[in-house]
Write a protein that binds this ligand. Structure first.
Ligand code: BES
Ligand code: MN
Ligand code: ZN
Length: 500
């Protein structure tokens, strides 16, 4: 989408031959004011008449397109419900314009001009329009014209256009990172497997100034990543670990580490999943996708932070060479793991990834993202991400950043009792609870916790529900949503950049 920022022009002027242009204004309940009132006067009450003949009242989530008289600069006026009052947050504007994408495409809008008094609102409107306009249609060979989106351009019209453009510079960088991550999630698992994922990350991020290392299975064996490699051994596609380094801070700054589960397909392995809905397990690499998208965003906006990204990329398949229930793996940390369910593979991957990140980079703070448990979807749906960790301050940082950007998180507990449930009869631990499915998401977190050093402030984000919601929610698309990128970008810019 092409985005431009312009100073207000006369909106009532008549010009010839313009098609597909829409003027969008956010208005609240009550009397028409500002440009909407101006247009109403110019059209001799047509706007009032259109509203009176509709269900539009100006409430949130409403949208009303109104055809304007022939010869005007815009074909349509799109009224978007909400509020123009100061209590509207930029994120509410972003979500409202994200939803407006549906209406804009349904009326064939090619270009939308957003008129707003507030430059921050203008920038967030552009962000919402972009985030929701994301499509993944590369595999359609014949698409009906009426199914194709028309919207190609956003013009943000606001008194201080330069200020809006500056705010947007950050948001636009993050939106590009979100697109990058969504493509990974949506790609089919026959196309996107560990080495292909790793190569695509390198191809895009290296030219942007991110240091990218790809560790192959020989190197992983040498490092002793027996846990991660155990998961990979049932697949003909070898494992990869990708290590990203972004040095935007001062040389001496201790880095923050972001780790991601990247299971490019999760069949469950020998503890095979039921076939219904198994195709959704192509999204099981979403944690790694978020890491890729976040580093894209940080590099694009030149974040003043030192950050490390580690992605564990494997495919979980049943095979003659696959791990069995009862197998005991030795992780890089030296701790042994009895595998009682080969479908609890994400934690096996992250065990080595987390350990590696801490051993090599000694981060003070570490966040991991993983589509770890079905229990998380049962508990929190597609709307809330489960978070847990060993440091109240970091948990609050993640939660607060999520609330700000509209990526909601809810804390689940970790505790000694849960920890005891993963003690094994034959090894240091087992990869599922010894009781039943109770507190499944916490048990997953508790397992990861065994690979986190006391001195590392750590948060685990279980994105099983939010990574690929069934329906789009505001700026978050269905299919791969990219949930976590805007949250972590926000947390890093608020708490880890320019903070001494
Ligand atoms: N990738 C799945 C979790 C998942 C399920 C994500 C549904 C998104 C939607 C994970 O690897 C898994 O299979 N977890 C098991 C753990 C269990 C065996 C303890 C689960 O949730 O059933
Ligand atoms: Mn699994
Ligand atoms: Zn999985």
């Amino acid at each position: 989408m092409k985005v431009t920022f312009i100073a207000p022009e006369k909106i009532t002027r008549k010009i010839a031959g313009v098609t597909g242009s829409v003027l969008a204004i956010m208005i609240g309940e009550g009397k028409l004011t500002g440009p909407a009132a101006e247009l109403d006067k110019f059209t001799k009450g047509e706007i009032t008449r259109a509203i009176a003949n509709s269900k539009f009242t100006g409430k949130k989530k409403q949208a009303l397109p109104i055809l304007l008289p022939k010869g005007m600069a815009y074909n349509y006026l799109l009224l978007i419900g909400g509020s123009t009052k100061a209590d509207t947050t930029p994120q509410q504007v972003e979500a409202a314009f994200a939803e407006a994408v549906i209406t804009l495409n349904s009326i064939g809008a090619k270009s939308v001009t957003v008129l707003t008094e507030d430059e921050e609102h203008g920038a967030y409107a552009a962000s919402g329009l972009i985030l929701r306009s994301y499509r993944f249609d590369k595999y359609f060979t014949k698409q009906k014209p009426e199914k194709k989106p028309t919207l190609k351009e956003a013009r943000i019209m606001t008194p201080d256009a330069a200020a809006a453009k500056k705010i947007f510079a950050h948001l636009g960088a993050v939106a590009e990172g979100v697109y990058f991550a969504r493509d990974f999630g949506n790609e089919p698992p026959n196309v996107l497997y560990p080495s292909e994922f790793a190569n695509r990350v390198r191809e895009v991020l290296e030219p942007m100034g991110v240091k990218v290392e790809i560790l192959d299975d020989k190197q992983l064996t040498k490092l002793g990543m027996g846990s991660l490699l155990g998961v990979a051994q049932g697949s003909v596609r070898p494992a990869r670990v990708v290590v990203l380094q972004w040095h935007g801070g001062e040389g001496k700054d201790v880095p923050i580490a972001i780790c991601g589960k990247g299971v490019t397909f999760d069949t469950g392995g020998i503890s095979i999943k039921p076939s219904g809905g198994m195709e959704e397990m192509k999204y099981d690499m979403s944690g790694a996708g978020v890491v890729a998208g976040l580093f894209y965003a940080m590099a694009r906006r030149k974040a003043k932070v030192n950050a490390i990204g580690v992605m564990g990329l494997v495919e979980n398949m049943p095979d003659g060479n696959a791990i069995r229930p009862g197998d005991i793996l030795t992780s890089m940390s030296g701790q042994t793991i009895e595998v009682l369910n080969t479908d609890a593979e994400g934690r096996l991957v992250l065990a080595d990834v987390l350990w590696y990140a801490q051993e090599r980079f000694k981060p003070a703070n570490m966040v991991n993202l993983a589509t770890l448990t079905g229990a998380c979807v049962v508990a929190l749906g597609y709307e809330y991400c489960a978070i847990m960790g060993n440091d109240k301050g970091m948990i609050e940082n993640v939660r607060a950043a999520g609330e700000t950007v509209g990526e909601l998180c809810w804390e689940l507990p970790l505790c000694e009792v849960f920890d005891e449930r993963i003690n094994s009869r034959f090894a240091d631990m087992q990869n599922i609870s010894s009781v039943d499915r109770a507190a499944g998401s916490s048990i997953g977190g508790q397992f990861l916790n065994r690979f986190v050093k006391k001195e590392t402030k750590w948060v685990h984000m279980d994105i099983a529900g939010v990574a690929h919601p069934k329906k789009a929610i505001g700026p978050l698309t269905d299919g791969a949503s990219g949930f976590g990128i805007r949250l972590l970008d926000r947390m890093i810019s608020d708490k880890f950049e320019n903070v001494k």
